[in-house]
Design a protein around this ligand. Structure first.
Ligand SMILES: [Zn+2]
Length: 403
């Protein structure tokens, strides 16, 4: 009798344990999911549009093997990103191919690095985007400089990611020979990145606007871009040239601008680095932003934060400067963002430098999933455990109204 009782107690305990573990509910047609994938090595955002069209923004791996990595160091960041994406894609119309990949700019933490690159079988080394490309297909790849790679100069681009740009060019040439298309990011364009499965159904309430790249910003009318600098663009660092987009789904809006800069800073040469101010003027309010440049010193300026006025800020982090205390203090200042947003972050490396006071603004760290519900009127944020392969939910926000 005692034994039976004990085993009943055991089963009940097991059931309680099992029900405590929850997972992200399956994607459904009509949902837009924005996954910020946490590896600790660089940025990777994976977006599933309401019709199942997919967009990967960046596939970073800075190759610094000594840095902590999630879920672990048995595979490189690009493979972990691909594994995460493949799991999501099991639920989608196309299980093997990503419709669009976009590289915001040519830095290792957004595309891969020659440092610790793995050997490949097709004539190029594997890291970041070229490693992801071993596991999933890309129908179209968009970057800021195809096909000439000459802004602000060929040398500047090559030096932005020394050694790896050659691998990237070999990778894109190989993939194009297998059918991948490539395009240059067009500033101001509406729906250069467009739905491929059911665009008609969402024609009236879904769009992607290209806001900025290469020192140009959308004018706010038509599909034109305008230059934001008078001086020498070869003084630009690579971050200034980042591609920025705004996604609109019904009342919901999301901003992602790679490492776009918002001001001058002592380590950079150009004094014309404020792209955030003109971007803010044409972008307007959004619900969710990925903080520019991981929340480093030169970004998330007061005007930008005040105009975009996000309810949710996502920091895609990999270093103890992501974000820096001054930027975190500015973002969380109620005079800058009167409606205090919720803050999310991919890894906890900045915790000590931020101090508990600033760090405590963040929800638990991990993979961040913004799920926008049918029609875009409501959304919710989930944080998934980045150290577990089955990525259980560790935090879930309330359902929020888009505005
Ligand atoms: Zn970066």
């Amino acid at each position: 009798m005692k034994r039976i009782l004990l085993s009943i107690v055991g089963i009940v305990a097991l059931m309680a344990g099992a029900s405590a573990q929850t997972y992200l509910p399956e994607w459904q047609e009509g949902y837009m999911d924005i996954h910020t994938i946490a590896t600790g090595r660089g940025d990777a955002t994976f977006i599933v549009m309401p019709d199942g069209t997919t967009l990967m923004i960046d596939a970073g791996d800075n190759g610094k093997l000594k840095d902590p990595q999630h879920p672990d160091t048995t595979k490189r960041a690009g493979e972990w990103q691909a594994i995460y994406m493949k799991k999501v894609m099991e639920q989608l119309p196309d299980k093997n191919n990503v419709d669009y990949a976009m590289i915001t700019h040519f830095h290792d933490d957004h595309m891969g690095a020659v440092r610790q690159m793995l050997p490949g079988e097709n004539g190029y080394g594997l890291s970041g985007i070229t490693l992801v490309g071993e596991f999933v297909g890309f129908d179209k790849l968009i970057d800021r400089a195809y096909p000439d790679y000459d802004f602000p100069s060929p040398k500047k681009i090559a030096n932005a990611n020394k050694g790896f740009m050659e691998e990237y060019h070999k990778f894109t040439a190989y993939k194009m020979s297998k059918g991948m298309k490539m395009e240059k990011f067009r500033v101001g364009a509406l729906n250069q990145i467009a739905m491929v499965n059911n665009p008609k159904k969402y024609r009236k309430n879904f769009e992607i606007r290209n806001l900025a790249a290469n020192g140009e910003v959308w004018t706010g009318t038509g599909e034109e871009g305008a230059k934001q600098y008078k001086g020498d663009p070869t003084l630009f660092d690579e971050n200034v040239n980042s591609c920025a987009i705004r996604i609109t789904y019904g009342d919901f809006r999301y901003y992602n601008g790679g490492d776009l800069s918002g001001g001058n800073y002592k380590i950079y040469k150009s004094s014309e680095r404020d792209m955030e101010t003109p971007v803010a003027k044409v972008c307007g309010e959004v619900n969710v932003i990925k903080a520019n440049h991981h929340g480093y010193y030169d970004t998330c300026n007061g005007f930008f934060m005040n105009v975009l006025s996000p309810d949710v800020v996502v920091v895609d982090a990999r270093s103890n400067n992501h974000p820096v205390p001054s930027t975190m203090a500015r973002m969380t200042d109620p005079m800058v963002c009167p409606e205090q947003p919720e803050y999310y972050i991919t890894v906890d490396k900045a915790r000590e430098k931020l101090s508990e006071e600033l760090w405590n603004h963040f929800k638990p760290w991990g993979h961040i999933v913004v799920r926008v519900y049918e029609g875009g009127a409501e959304y919710q944020v989930f944080v998934l455990d980045a150290d577990k392969l089955d990525t259980p939910v560790i935090y879930k926000s309330d359902i929020k109204k888009s505005r």
